[in-house]
Design a protein around this ligand. Structure first.
Ligand code: SF4
Ligand code: SF4
Ligand code: FES
Length: 377
């Protein structure tokens, strides 16, 4: 078996999405075959197609080493760095015909072919979160001293290369283009987790009160999968939420915090989510009269078209939806035991898997605040 780098060139079929706005024509697909060693990158394949077949193919790139973040595209429907995706891997995830489909990233307007307008979406959102340190005053005579754990904690977000892959594949942003989005919020954690920054509460309050902010994320994990640098943007958003509610007790006008509490309390009581109870509880709280909270009624009215559509399409039945959802008692006990363990801790602990590489806290980690874990309380 030859070493991976000694394998001879093979033929790769690329199907590239083309678009030239100045022609006024709709986007179209163009097929090319290139002879390249299989360990080479998709970027290499595209550049080869441009050199050998069509010099007008538009692609942005610079470092070719997954550092500059400029070559973001979609390969077989998923966001990726073109220079960080091997051709043989891309062929494995292609359809049965083995053709590698290459498109521009999503959620951003296309300038030409594979080049998207990052200024219009990605950088605009980064600007929204004040992407610089607002230092604690007065400044020390010499440098600010920061403990090691705090710096380790923000290292994961510092690994971001601003490629926009997470923005491209964010499902919430598809529905709400105004959503602040995964990259900007991961960047925000970079400062909220930094003890030298003096505006943690203001930053969190701003994101929590924004109807397109902290609570707009739907936990779909797409940004986690798309990120080539392991930044885990969704994890950072969850950390921002935990700090906003757990440490600063921020109650947001969008009801996001109460909606989360309603989710958690329903699963604790029933072992399952019970959608019919979710809305009144989110708006009116746990008590029986909460069901009559005016805000819950208003929300129910605005949700009626969606509810009716779901009923008409047979996705939900009225009887089934109203009947309490509950799992068997012995299973419920296990679910509740998890709540007891998490809620019984003296202090919230979070793991930074980027650094720790394991999901059990080392003894001393229990005292380190602010690192990352989806499992954290
Ligand atoms: S987890 Fe949240 S931020 Fe990440 S892609 Fe999904 S909706 Fe967007
Ligand atoms: S978080 Fe990851 S995917 Fe998103 S911009 Fe940064 S490096 Fe790219
Ligand atoms: S060319 Fe720089 S990240 Fe791909």
């Amino acid at each position: 078996m030859p070493e991976i780098h000694d394998r001879p060139p093979e033929t790769f079929k690329l199907r590239i999405r083309r678009y030239s706005p100045e022609t006024g024509e709709a986007a179209w697909w163009q097929d090319h075959e290139v002879e390249v060693e299989p360990h080479r990158s998709v970027l290499e394949g595209i550049l080869r197609a441009r050199d050998e077949h069509d010099g007008s193919i538009g692609i942005r790139c610079s470092c070719r080493q997954a550092i500059c973040g400029s070559c973001g595209i979609r390969v077989n429907g998923e966001a990726a760095l073109a220079c960080h995706t091997h051709l043989d891997e891309a062929r494995r995830t292609a359809g049965p015909d083995g053709v590698i489909e290459i498109e521009p990233m999503g959620n951003m307007p296309v300038i030409k072919d594979l080049i998207v307008d990052m200024d219009a979406v990605h950088w605009k959102k980064i600007q929204q979160i004040t992407p610089w340190l607002l230092p604690v005053e007065p400044a020390p005579e010499r440098e600010y001293i920061v403990d090691r754990e705090s710096m380790v904690d923000v290292t994961q977000t510092m690994a971001c290369i601003q490629c926009g892959a997470c923005v491209s594949d964010c499902l919430a942003m598809e529905v709400d283009p105004l959503f602040v989005g995964p990259a900007a919020m991961a960047k925000s954690y970079r400062f909220v987790g930094d003890p030298r920054d003096d505006k943690h509460e203001a930053r969190l309050n701003h994101l929590a009160q924004d109807p397109h902010g902290l609570y707009d994320c739907t936990h779909c994990f797409k940004c986690v999968e798309a990120c080539p640098k392991g930044v885990n943007p969704m994890g950072q958003i969850m950390r921002l939420r935990r700090i906003a509610t757990g440490d600063f007790h921020i109650k947001d006008d969008n009801n996001g915090e109460r909606h989360e509490q309603a989710f958690a309390s329903l699963v604790k009581e029933n072992g399952l989510l019970w959608e019919a109870e979710l809305l009144p509880r989110s708006y009116g709280g746990n008590s029986w009269w909460g069901k009559f909270a005016p805000a819950a009624g208003k929300e129910l009215l605005s949700s009626l078209p969606v509810i009716l559509k779901s009923v008409m399409r047979g996705k939900v039945g009225i009887g089934g939806a109203l009947k309490p959802h509950k799992i068997p008692a012995q299973d419920l006990k296990q679910v509740q035991a998890i709540y007891e363990t998490v809620e019984g801790r003296d202090e919230r602990y979070e793991l930074n898997l980027y650094i720790a590489g394991e999901d059990e806290p080392p003894a001393e980690a229990a005292t380190v605040s602010g690192a990352d874990s989806e499992e954290a309380s």
